[in-house]
Design a protein around this ligand. Structure first.
Ligand code: CA
Length: 715
């Protein structure tokens, strides 16, 4: 196999020009065939017009050999077609394009197929996940990051834990398996990966008591072929392999009672050169060790990279980036392989820019750490010791229930799931970086109560001690600081330049052989930059926040760039122009000389323009408001927004007429009277009286904000 690849590598530079034009026909595969197989994926560079897996090739570099759109022509890039999406929640998927069809997944795990040239919709598949039930256990919106194509089928990991094979021509399900037990609080938001006829998938849900694992299913039949658990189960559990029994020695206490965590919720990478599948694992439950593993320990394999044999799932190596992680430093962020020259030596490497703020480079075969340099400010560790592979931790960052800490990066990380791109031409990785910090203090272990339908972290983000830390001389500004696209030299371990964002946020990146770097932004536009200098060369409005990464493809000699736009909320000053979604969620496809135009007229009913606040007077006690504030931020804020201020993709409770009836409020909050709208019953997540306390807290917030509105109007 290696010899074949090397031979391809030599021949490729001569193929690109011809392949650009020839790729439309895809050697006889009819439109919508998705006739992807291992040979085609391995030879993806010889078929640059297709985008057959979310990162384009198995290396996940998100680098395209296409060059029709280049520095000379990019000024003519404009909208070719677009499709409005019928959901207001986040859009995180990268579109696949193969055999003339474009496949994309959207919020609520809906899959859509389009004619990639014209935008004509071919089919749509709605898996009908129970929105009320899954919405409660999806930590970070009901998103999906993409599908996989293989031999005439499209594979979807649905939010409710099903893995579903669809007929690529019709969108009809061929088989469906539950990868998680019915009613387990585990969700899927990641793209499945197909490797040699196996569909590989993990899940999310560490904070909801999930125990992490990655499974491989037969692409043809849906039969499970292997499963790798990432943390030990209870003593005596039959899934505890010899490896996991050794891992159990790095834990203390009855950790399995909390599920275990270490869920592999995003990156799954396959490397044909090593025949290894790599995935990253997330945090444990609780975040602080004081509850989950009193006495500390490394807690294997939380917050680690794990490499397993692609055929058998057998353990090959692991590297734990954050031993005994306390900061939600998931290592699930995008991984990629590349061939770099490090200290003059050619190395086949695996690399990652995870939440921790360090950019790690490993030997892909052995897992040997080759370098780990800070790509963003990080105070939890001063450096990574290359000899031991362990971080040199800052003791002040390790908080307990009696000691608060101010830590950076915060739990959303210096880089999260947003795809990064690598250009073998420039030797640079393009990372969407977010600088932020957090204050943390542990909950008292004796007061910690677990609820598998709610977000359990066992830590508090607000306390007097935290306030003091931020008030101290030299403390950073609290929360989000700045964001930018960083051009990082992974061989030398240093930043080369950066493109500052005007609005804080992260969006996925794509780089091409014409040295163009593409990325959207939280300011509501999509831009092309010079991949060597960062100079901005082109941009177009998206009328929506962009978090997803673009992909690019070619049909009939024309190059296209496709991008999903839309996330919770609209960019500042932007109005709703889509009849289908408040966030202007869309699939946008660009080409040179495209003539499509986005609508510019504002549309929409009164639920988008909320008008002046008109809440009832507060009748609750001060104690109720304070208790309601805590319960609201524990259970409600994830969807309805901090401070009861919503982004309008879900109702803004301050404006709700239900604030006039506690009885109606309780029937919705406790009994699920609006489950049909995606608002499930929260009876088991709330203690006695908490629903009422939240009611009074929201009324209190609404009155405060009404007073502020009136004061502003008087000025
Ligand atoms: Ca996490």
């Amino acid at each position: 196999m290696r010899r074949v690849l090397l031979a391809l590598g030599v021949a490729l530079p001569f193929l690109f020009g011809a392949a650009l034009v020839a790729s439309a026909a895809n050697e006889g595969h009819p439109r919508g065939a998705a006739a992807v197989d291992q040979a085609r994926l391995l030879g993806a560079d010889g078929e640059p017009g297709s985008w057959m897996t979310v990162g384009r090739t198995y290396s996940e570099q998100r680098y395209s050999p296409l060059t029709a759109i280049n520095k000379a022509t990019v000024g003519k890039l404009s909208l070719a077609w677009y499709a409005d999406l019928d959901t207001e929640r986040g859009q995180e998927a990268t579109p696949l394009v193969v055999d003339g069809a474009l496949y994309v997944s959207t919020a609520w795990s809906i899959v859509k197929a389009y004619d990639a040239r014209t935008g004509e919709k071919l089919w749509e598949y709605e898996p009908k996940v129970d929105r009320a039930a899954t919405g409660q256990i999806a930590c970070c919106d009901v998103v999906n990051r993409g599908v996989a194509a293989w031999k005439g089928r499209i594979y979807l990991g649905a939010l409710d834990g099903r893995l579903i094979a669809l007929d690529a021509k019709t969108g009809k399900p061929v088989w469906s398996v539950r990868t998680v037990k019915l009613n387990d609080p585990c969700t899927i938001t990641q793209a499945p990966k197909v490797v040699k006829g196996l569909v590989i998938i993990g899940n999310a849900g560490a904070e909801y008591t999930c125990r992490g694992y990655v499974s491989a299913y037969d692409a043809e039949t849906g039969k499970m072929r292997w499963r790798f658990y990432t943390v030990p189960g209870a003593p005596g559990d039959p899934t505890n392999t010899a490896m996991l029994k050794r891992a159990a020695k790095t834990w203390h206490g009855d950790f399995w009672k909390y599920g275990g965590g270490a869920t592999a919720w995003d990156t799954i990478l396959y490397d044909p050169k090593t025949n290894l599948v790599y995935f990253g694992t997330g945090n444990g439950l609780s975040w602080p060790q004081e509850i989950r593993s009193p006495g500390g320990g490394d807690n294997l394999f939380v917050s680690s990279i794990i490499a397993v044999n692609a055929d058998t799932g057998a353990y090959a190596w692991h590297y734990q980036e954050t031993p005994g992680d306390q900061w939600d430093y998931d290592n699930t962020n995008p991984l990629m392989t590349a061939d770099l020259k490090i200290h003059g030596q050619p190395r086949h490497v695996l690399m990652q820019a995870p939440k921790t703020g360090f950019f790690y480079v490993w030997d892909a075969r052995t897992g040997q750490l080759l370098s780990a340099e800070k790509f963003a400010p990080a105070n939890w560790a001063s450096k990574i010791d290359l000899k031991t592979g362990r971080p040199v931790e800052n003791p002040a960052a390790r908080y307990t229930s009696t000691k608060a800490a101010l830590v950076y990066p915060g739990p959303l990380g210096a880089h999260n799931w947003h795809p990064m791109a690598f250009s073998p031409r420039t030797g640079l990785v393009y990372i969407p970086v977010t600088e932020n910090n957090v204050g943390l203090v542990g909950e008292k272990p004796e007061g910690f109560k677990l609820n598998d339908r709610a977000y359990n972290i066992g830590a508090l983000l607000e306390s007097d001690a935290i306030t003091k830390l931020y008030a101290a001389p030299g403390a950073p500004q609290r929360g989000n600081i700045r964001s930018y696209i960083q051009a990082w030299d992974p061989a030398r371990g240093r930043e080369v330049w950066r493109i500052p964002n005007t609005v804080y946020g992260a969006s996925g990146t794509l780089v091409t052989a014409s040295d163009l770097l593409f990325s959207g932004s939280a300011a509501g536009d999509f831009a092309a930059y010079d991949a060597r200098t960062g100079a901005r060369l082109w941009n177009a409005p998206t009328q929506a926040l962009v978090v997803a990464a673009p992909s690019t493809y070619a049909i009939g000699g024309e190059q296209y760039v496709a991008l999903l736009v839309g996330a919770r909320g609209l960019p500042k000053g932007q109005v709703r122009t889509s009849l289908q979604s408040a966030n202007n969620s869309r699939l946008m496809v660009f080409k040179l000389g495209g003539t499509a135009k986005l609508p510019t007229e504002a549309v929409g009913p009164a639920n988008i323009t909320l008008g002046a606040l008109d809440p009832p007077l507060l009748t609750g006690s001060n104690e109720q408001v304070i208790s309601g504030q805590g319960a609201y931020h524990r259970v409600c804020a994830g969807c309805h927004g901090a401070g009861a201020v919503s982004d309008k993709s879900v109702p803004d409770l301050r404006h709700s007429p239900v604030l006039r009836s506690l009885t109606e409020w309780n029937s919705i909050v406790l009994l699920g009277a609006r489950a049909g709208n995606g608002m499930g019953a929260f009876k088991t997540q709330l203690a006695e009286g908490e629903a009422e306390s939240i009611f009074h807290y929201v009324i209190s917030q609404a009155n405060k904000d009404k007073a502020a509105e009136q004061a502003a109007a008087r000025k």
